[in-house]
Each structure stands twice: as C-alpha cells, then as structure tokens.
Design a protein around this ligand. Structure first.
Ligand code: GTB
Length: 239
C-alpha cells in the first residue's frame, strides 16, 4: 500500500480581498477539494514571496505554488492539470471529452482571463492616469466582446462541455474577478453559471478554508507578523 503524499500549497498571509476567494490559491484549493485530496497551506507574506526560498519554487515570486514530494509546480493551470490528471473528479475518462475539458482550461487562462486582468489593471493600477478615461471604455468593450462569445457558447447549458470539469472550475474562477465591475450582471446565463460553480460543496469548503485565514481562525504566524508582512502594493493583484 502506498501512503498518499499530502501536497502543500502557498497562499497570501494577507490577501488584499481578505479572503473573498479572488486570489489564485482559491482555484487550487477548490480543485483539491473536488478530488478529495487533503492539503497543507503555507502562508507567505509579500516580502517572503520575493525572497530566495520562495523564488526557488516560483520564479515570478507569486502564489500559489504546489509541492508534492520532490515535485514543485507553479502556475494554476499546470497545478490543476496535474491534480486533475492524477485524481478522479475533474476530467472525464473519455479521451475526446478530456481533451475538450483541458481546452476550456486553456481558454479560461489564455483567452478570457487576460482581458479581465487588463480591466483590473486599468482600474486599480492606471485609474489615476490622464488617459484612463479614454482607455477604460475600450478595455470594457473587449471584455464584453469576449463575454458575448462565451455566453453564446454556454447558452442554457449547465457547464461548458456536458459534465462539470476542471475547465468549468477555471472559467468560473476567472469570471468571478468581474463581479465588482458589474459587467457579469449583463449576462444572466454566465451569472447563473458562476453561481452554479459557487454552489458546489467543494467550492464552499475551499472558500471557507481560505476565509478562515482572514477570520483569524488559522494561525500560521508569530504575533508580530503584521510588522514584517512586507506590505501590499496594488501590483500584487497582478497577472
Ligand atoms: N498566472 C499565475 C497563475 O495562474 O498561477 C498568476 C499568479 C498570480 O497572479 N498570483 C498573484 C500574486 O502572487 C496572486 S493571485 N501576486 C503577487 C505578485 O505578483 O507580487 C492575483 C490576485 C490577488 C489578489 C486579488 N484580490 O485580492 O482581489 C485578486 C487576484
């Protein structure tokens, strides 16, 4: 009998959203919950993310990372593909359906997320620039264009390709970032799609686990932690 290895992920010790599930450890937690894999979390400060030990795991000094025995991964797409490839529950068995689910994972991070991040950047990082007033509507239009296409494809289906998969997990988490903008509200089927993802028990467990960090229920730091937290900058929302 082989003893399963408990993976360790990293997450923000102090997330700018205070545990509302927007930081990307949320999607890895969610994937782990879907497949029923226990995991440990190492919280890192903004300063620690730029230090040698963390950079050895993540060359861009970001969260999340994923360690499992001698394997260390970064990039949520790769981490979730690894989890889904090794445990039942996130990818269909049928080879073609599996390939389509993976295609939706890539579509989420490669075709939908960049436009949404551009909007976040325009508002959070460039909001005070003189040209933002002109640029912002263009950025919003590009997001709307992509949502039009996604909404048309989803139609009244529950999930993007028949059964729920890692592709939906990734897409739902990507779309959640749009909530504060109000843009998602213009698409009832996408709003319902996101709500469907959020209603999954695995999502709720993951959400509660990351919220617990900010509700003070998870103590990973010495009492003087705040003093050495390294400070949050709006750029931390990035990429
Ligand atoms: N492409 C990478 C992946 O998918 O793994 C992107 C990883 C990434 O952007 N990580 C962010 C990070 O570590 C945290 S998730 N930033 C620190 C840095 O770059 O220095 C982005 C994020 C953070 C917080 C919120 N929020 O609070 O609303 C939303 C999204």
């Amino acid at each position: 009998m082989t003893i399963p290895m408990i993976p360790t992920i990293t997450a923000f010790a102090a997330s700018p959203d205070r545990g509302q599930g927007l930081a990307r450890d949320m999607r890895v937690r969610w994937a782990l919950e879907e497949v029923g894999l226990p995991y440990e979390v190492r919280l890192v400060t903004f300063a620690e993310m730029k230090e040698h030990a963390h950079l050895a795991l993540h060359p861009f000094g970001q969260i999340p990372t994923y360690e499992e025995g001698s394997l260390a991964l970064f990039e949520t797409g790769s981490i979730i593909l690894h989890i889904a490839g090794n445990h039942a529950g996130l990818l269909p068995n049928n080879a073609n359906a599996r390939a389509r689910a993976i295609t939706w994972m890539f579509a989420a991070v490669n075709t939908v997320e960049p436009l949404i991040l551009d909007l976040a950047t325009a508002k959070l990082l460039e909001g005070d620039r003189p040209w933002t007033k002109e640029r912002l509507p263009l950025v919003e239009d590009r997001v709307r264009g992509r949502l039009d296409q996604l909404s048309a494809r989803l139609g009244d289906a529950h999930w993007l390709d028949d059964a729920y998969s890692a592709g939906d997990l990734m897409m739902v988490h990507v779309l959640q970032r749009l909530k504060p903008s109000g843009l998602l509200d213009q698409y009832p089927n996408l709003t319902a799609y996101v709500a469907r993802g959020e209603a999954r028990p695995a999502y709720k467990r993951a959400f509660d686990a990351q919220l617990a960090v900010f509700a003070g229920k998870v103590r990973h730091r010495p009492a003087n932690y705040e003093a050495s937290s390294g400070g949050f900058s709006p750029a931390s929302l990035g990429s």
